[in-house]
Every structure is written in structure tokens, then in C-alpha cells.
Design a protein around this ligand. Structure first.
Ligand SMILES: Cc1ncc(COP(=O)(O)O)c(C=O)c1O
Length: 366
């Protein structure tokens, strides 16, 4: 009865806090998630205030399906007209929207690996043919020339470029993004959900690394952003797509009417109202990331340079370290197979949480 005959490969779902606590025999409150790339340091003050002031009556009614206010705030953030912003329930929902709008049965979708797994999940659901362009080594980005060759050879309709890339923590400069999209007969979807951390890491101004201005010359470039990571709203599910006209209107017409619930919308407006607080938090996290990276290197791990809020590291025994840390309630991301099987991805969180992790690493690796 199902359209897809093959089994669906789901997103690799992480164990819950409760599951980890039960396996480790500790209290749920002792579990710290270094595996999800979320924002350490607690909610941003604007979010706390917005949710404290949220009128439950607003949840009784449907919200504004045009998201007029939210789009204006986002348009101020990214310096693009509100009409070119398409809201979604996190970047995840927009990955589905992009994929289903662009690719169908048998169409080629190009994915650079390793990268965020949802591009592949959605391409498979759409019945598209996945074309992977793997890295030769975790620290070696695929060249624009190689990617363009694969897109051309396969006649791909969609290519995903995650920059900064999850999980390798590096990024493509804007010139390379432009060179990739320029004249390519495919839609180039840039997933930039970690952009804010890269700007702080590289000492650049807000939005200095945004690919959005490139859209003036590149009608096939769409940009995916999220408030999940940099604005601490992973659980609220607020993402957005910035597309050139007339693509934006087409995507907007195809999205769900109300993907973002009213409490989440209020939280997003609260977060965006205080960008200075967000930037200060990014600076704090980037400093903590460097402290964590230095500790890991001192303890004999190979640490890839990072412009994000996480690091990719190769410890002497990744799986042993991951399970030893989990027994202490400290959850890091391991890879069961594939090119990163010997690596771990670790999110930098706040000073106290990172301190706990570094103490455990000292104990286990020192
Ligand atoms: C590269 C990348 N894109 C998208 C997402 C999903 O973002 P959201 O929580 O907004 O759906 C993630 C989350 O881990 C990610 O790492």
C-alpha cells in the first residue's frame, strides 16, 4: 500500500536523557548533551521573558499564517526582504520542503559526505537517487570543481552544501559558494545553520558570512537557516529559508500553513529582539570550544579546526571513550560505522558543563 517499497532509513535518533540516565544508573538531571550541537548556557534572556509573558489564550487560536511579524524580524536580521523568507518548523521541515519541491522519483540529489543526515533521509523519501561526493579525509573539503563535475555528470536537480559543515566543523568561503552555484543547472541549497558561530570564530561582523547577498546574482541559490542552534530554540522548532524571487513565492505557497506554533513564534521574537545577547553567548561558546579543543589535544586526541559550536575529534579509542563518558551522564556523538567511525563530535556547552567533561576526559585519557 505504500509508495516506497524499500524500508525507510530514518534519521539516527539519539537516546533520550531518561534512557541514558537509566543505563548509567544516575539521575536524569546529571545528563549533559554534548551530542546535539544545541546552545549551552541556558535560554537567552529574551526567550525567557517572551515565554514568561506568553498569553495562553494565544494558543487557543490559530496564529498568523503569513508570520508577518516574524518575517520582518528575520528580514532585519538577514537584510533580505520579508517576502523572500519562508518559515518552517526547524530547518528539518524545510529540508523536506526543498527536497519535495525539487526532486522526485529517480532525480539525482547530490550530497557531500559526511554531512547532516536529513538531506539523504529526505532524498530517499522523495524516491530520488542519492549521489554522494565523499571527502577523501575528514579535514579535506570537496572541491567546487569536483562537486560541479558530479552535478553535471548526473544531471542532478539539487545539491546540498552544508557550510559550516556538520560534522566536520569547517566552512566554504563565499567565493566558493558563488563558484559552485554560478551557471549550474541545479538548485544549490546552502545549509548555514551554524553561520553565527563561524562569524564569531573568524572575528567577522554579523551576517558577514551570509550567502544571502549572493542571491542577487545567483537565482539557483537558496539558503537555509535556523534559530535552533545560535538562538537556543532547538525545542521550539523555528527555521527559515531565504530564496530569491520567484522561488520564494513558490516555496511559500507549498509550505504548511502554520508550521511554527504560537509559543515558538513568541520565543523566536524574544530571541531576535536581543541580538547583542545572542552574539555575547556565541563568543562565550566559541571561547569554551577552544578550551575544550585544547584539553582534547593535550590528552592525545586529533582535533579538527572548528568554526562552529562543536569539535570533531579522534581519540585513541572513540567507542570506548563514548561509552565511558555516557556512564557518567556525558553524552557525545559517536559514529557506528562509515568514515567517522574513529571520531567523536562534541558540542561546546557552558563553563561548568565543559569543566565536568574536561575533568572526566582527564580521568579517562590522562
Ligand atoms: C547542518 C544542520 N542542518 C539542520 C539541522 C536541523 O535544524 P533544526 O533543529 O532547525 O531543524 C541541524 C541540526 O542538527 C544541522 O546540524
Amino acid at each position: 500500500m505504500l509508495r516506497l517499497q524499500a524500508a525507510v532509513t530514518p534519521y539516527p535518533v539519539e537516546p533520550s536523557d531518561a534512557g541514558i540516565a537509566a543505563a548509567a544508573g544516575i539521575a536524569v538531571g546529571e545528563v549533559v548533551r554534548f551530542d546535539l550541537n544545541t546552545l549551552g548556557g541556558g535560554p537567552l534572556p529574551g526567550v525567557t521573558a517572551a515565554l514568561a509573558g506568553f498569553d495562553p489564550g494565544a494558543a487557543l487560536e490559530y496564529g498568523d499564517p503569513s508570520y508577518a511579524q516574524l518575517r520582518v524580524r528575520i528580514s532585519e536580521l538577514v537584510a533580505a526582504p520579508a517576502e523572500r523568507i519562508v518559515p518552517g518548523a526547524g530547518a528539518d521541515e524545510l529540508i523536506r520542503l526543498i527536497t519535495t519541491m525539487v526532486a522526485g522519483t529517480g532525480d539525482a540529489v547530490v550530497i557531500l559526505t559526511p554531512a547532516f543526515p536529513m538531506y539523504a533521509v529526505e532524498a530517499r523519501l522523495a524516491g530520488a537517487t542519492l549521489v554522494e561526493v565523499p571527502r577523501r579525509a575528514p579535514a579535506e573539503r570537496q572541491s567546487v570543481a569536483d562537486i560541479r563535475d558530479v552535478v553535471t555528470a548526473t544531471g542532478a536537480r539539487l545539491v546540498w552544501l552544508c557550510t559550516p559543515n556538520n560534522p566536520t566543523a569547517d566552512h566554504y568561503p563565499l567565493e566558493e559558494i558563488a563558484a559552485l552555484a554560478n551557471g549550474l543547472p541545479a538548485l544549490v541549497a546552502v545549509d548555514a545553520v551554524y553561520q553565527e558561530f563561524a562569524e564569531v570564530s573568524l572575528g567577522l561582523a554579523d551576517e558577514a558570512l551570509s550567502p544571502i547577498p549572493l542571491q542577487a546574482d545567483l537565482p539557483n541559490l537558496i539558503v537555509l537557516r535556523s534559530l535552533a542552534k545560535a538562538y537556543g530554540l532547538a525545542g521550539a522548532r523555528v527555521g527559515y529559508l531565504v530564496a530569491p524571487e520567484p522561488l520564494a513565492a513558490r516555496f511559500d505557497a507549498a509550505r504548511l500553513p502554520l508550521p511554527i506554533g504560537s509559543p515558538s513564534e513568541a520565543a523566536a521574537l524574544g530571541a531576535l529582539a536581543d541580538r547583542a545577547a545572542a552574539r555575547a553567548r556565541h563568543a562565550q561558546i566559541v571561547g569554551e570550544r577552544d578550551r575544550l579543543a585544547a584539553a582534547l589535544a593535550r590528552l592525545g586526541c586529533e582535533v579538527l579546526p572548528s568554526v562552529t559550536n562543536f569539535v570533531l575529534v579522534r581519540p585513541p579509542d572513540a567507542h570506548r571513550l563514548e561509552s565511558d563518558l555516557a556512564l557518567r551522564g556525558l553524552v557525545v556523538r559517536a559514529y557506528p560505522d562509515g568514515p567517522l567511525v574513529d571520531w567523536l563530535r562534541i558540542t561546546a556547552r557552558d563553563v561548568a558543563e565543559n569543566g565536568r567533561l574536561i575533568a572526566a576526559l582527564d580521568d579517562l585519557l590522562g
